[in-house]
Design a protein around this ligand. Structure first.
Ligand SMILES: C[C@@](CO)(OP(=O)(O)O)[C@H](O)COP(=O)(O)OP(=O)(O)OC[C@H]1O[C@@H](n2ccc(N)nc2=O)[C@H](O)[C@@H]1O
Ligand SMILES: Nc1ncnc2c1ncn2[C@@H]1O[C@H](COP(=O)(O)OP(=O)(O)O)[C@@H](O)[C@H]1O
Length: 284
């Protein structure tokens, strides 16, 4: 038997850090939503008690470091599953980009293997398991648009993000999430974006207010390390995006665009100096 799952990328409409916790993680407030740029997972039953990961992408780990492998291993150990599985990852989401590609693969593996192995786990149970794999995995289990607090694993679903186009551009640099959080001085953040104001804008379906309230305190760190991310932001604004922000720890920059007629101009303008550009829809 085979199961298929789509694993979409996330963007952070706002990301605030409240303080560093004794366990080393940071207490955050984020509004997250999914975009229509997705990896695809094919999960095939194996009679042998083993986990095999394959992918057309040559640049991700295929061993126990792969988050989809870790998701399968966690389910097997926790629920005594004796069957094996071959997970093929068709990667479309850029890696180490601030788009939670690996987390979304792990979440999709949890959903798909829950069905393949008939474990009967609820979304809440899958989210709890996901939190053992990474801070962004619980959100990726259910997707939608949500307020995420704690280290990112405490979720409150909110209304869907207003329908729009999302242009994503990833400069050719890799950013480590741990390094960015590590370099942040949480006690010296000058301006905190407001989760409440962003939630209100989303709930009201007010696209312009969403664009006006975008904010990410991790930009300060990543933009200092990689000035080309700032240049990319400026280019997107110049080309006419309605709102522009770096996603997560970066380096991907996204632009929200309401009018389809503007999308081609922004996409083509960015392609001039950035190879990895995507124009997709927001997911509702
Ligand atoms: C910044 C965000 C925003 O959505 O996303 P990405 O840029 O990774 O996509 C997330 O907070 C990333 O979540 P995720 O990538 O799952 O992080 P984890 O694997 O749990 O943690 C990686 C490392 O980041 C740091 N970390 C992560 C989350 C958090 N709330 N505080 C932290 O300090 C810790 O140093 C941890 O060791
Ligand atoms: N299935 C996977 N897809 C992509 N990266 C993965 C996967 N499993 C593990 N990784 C590792 O996780 C790291 C972060 O990848 P990713 O989730 O794409 O980035 P981000 O946390 O910035 O959103 C990468 O260094 C990569 O080697």
């Amino acid at each position: 038997m085979k199961m298929y799952e789509k694993a979409p990328a996330k963007i952070n409409l706002m990301l605030d850090v409240l303080h560093k916790r004794p366990d080393g993680f940071h207490e955050v407030e984020m509004i997250m939503t999914m975009v229509d740029l997705a990896d695809r997972l094919e999960m095939s039953e194996l009679r042998r008690d083993t986990i095999i990961i394959s992918s057309q992408a040559g640049y991700i780990p295929l061993d126990e470091k792969n988050l989809a492998f870790q998701a399968a291993k966690l389910l097997k150990e926790r629920y005594g599953v004796k069957q094996g599985v071959h997970i093929h990852l068709d990667k479309k989401i850029p890696v180490a980009a601030g788009l939670a590609g690996g987390s979304s693969d792990a979440a999709a593996a949890l959903r798909g293997l829950n069905r393949l192995w008939q474990l009967g786990l609820s979304s809440e149970e899958l989210q709890e398991l996901g939190a053992e794999l990474g801070s962004d995995v619980p959100f990726c289990v259910t997707g939608g648009t949500a307020l995420a607090t704690g280290r990112g694993e405490k979720l409150t679903p909110i209304a869907s993000m207003p329908q729009c186009w999302v242009v994503l551009a990833k400069p050719p640099i890799n950013v480590s999430t741990a390094e960015v959080y590590g370099k942040l001085r949480a006690d010296r953040i000058a301006v905190h974006p407001s989760a409440r104001l962003m939630q209100e804008a989303v709930e009201a379906g007010d696209f312009q207010a969403v664009c006006g309230r975008l904010g990410n305190v991790l930009e300060e760190v990543t933009l200092k390390l990689h000035p080309e991310v700032q240049q990319l932001k400026e280019a997107m604004i110049r080309l006419g995006a309605d709102g522009v922000l770096m996603s997560g720890s970066g380096p991907t920059v996204f632009g929200l665009v309401s009018k389809q007629s503007k999308v081609a101009r922004i996409y083509n303008g960015l392609r001039g100096f950035c190879k990895e550009v995507y124009a997709v829809r927001s997911l509702t």
